[in-house]
Design a protein around this ligand. Structure first.
Ligand code: URA
Ligand code: URA
Length: 205
């Protein structure tokens, strides 16, 4: 069954894209990966979340954000009534960088056509970048996530919103005013409001 309500063609393109990711050997990460991690969630979602790259759990399972950081992401979404099944979640690179190092520029370059094709087919209203890597990469910004988070950018006509990476929140437990967790609480609420504005009158995520 196609996940796309409108047009068998985009359904076919999506399946083809999945196959290409599965068989990809465009960069060195293919030699150490266990599974490629294409992405998971709703193909009709108005929001796409973009992380950095698969970690050990994701590499084992072939599903994004299933480890500790992923469980926190799920809870953050639920805190504003967003179920992860109803959004689409993916990463800049589809294969795990060894030792969870930051993906290198040539690896991101090799993999970005997949992300771009996913976004072209999904046509989301909002792209949320989780952490430094996707935010700086998509925005071509030299500013870090602390400066970028909580601000709305326009990326190819799509509203782009950087937030802290959930792994960063796991390393920073404080909930004090101005802490990463406090700022993320503000950001997820800002995201919820934006979503409500965009989907007014229609079904929400
Ligand atoms: N961190 C990421 O950036 N992506 C995942 O899929 C898991 C952890
Ligand atoms: N570094 C990252 O990559 N992401 C964050 O959210 C914070 C620091």
């Amino acid at each position: 069954m196609s996940v796309f309500a409108s047009g068998a063609d985009s359904g076919l393109a999506w399946e083809e894209l999945k196959k290409r990711v599965e068989n990809c050997s465009s960069c060195g990460l293919c030699s150490t990966r266990k599974k490629t991690v294409f992405g998971q969630g709703s193909a009709t979602s108005p929001i796409v979340f973009v992380g950095e790259g698969p970690g050990a759990d994701e590499d084992e399972q072939g599903i994004p954000f299933v480890g500790r950081a992923g469980k926190l992401l799920t809870r953050i979404l639920q805190s504003v009534g967003i179920e992860r099944e109803n959004v689409f979640i993916t990463n800049v690179v589809k294969c795990r960088p060894p030792q969870n190092r930051t993906p290198m520029a040539d690896e991101m370059m090799a993999c970005t056509p997949f992300l771009e094709a996913q976004l072209a087919l999904l046509r989301p209203k909002i792209v949320v970048c989780l952490g430094n890597t996707p935010a700086k990469w998509l925005l071509k910004s030299s500013e870090g996530i602390s400066a970028l988070r909580g601000r709305w950018f326009s990326w190819r006509g799509i509203d782009l919103f950087p937030m802290f990476h959930p792994s960063y929140l796991l390393r920073n437990e404080s909930k004090k005013k101005g802490s990463p967790k406090d700022l993320t609480w503000q950001d997820i609420n800002a995201l919820r409001s934006k979503l409500d504005d965009l989907t007014k009158g229609g079904p929400s995520a």
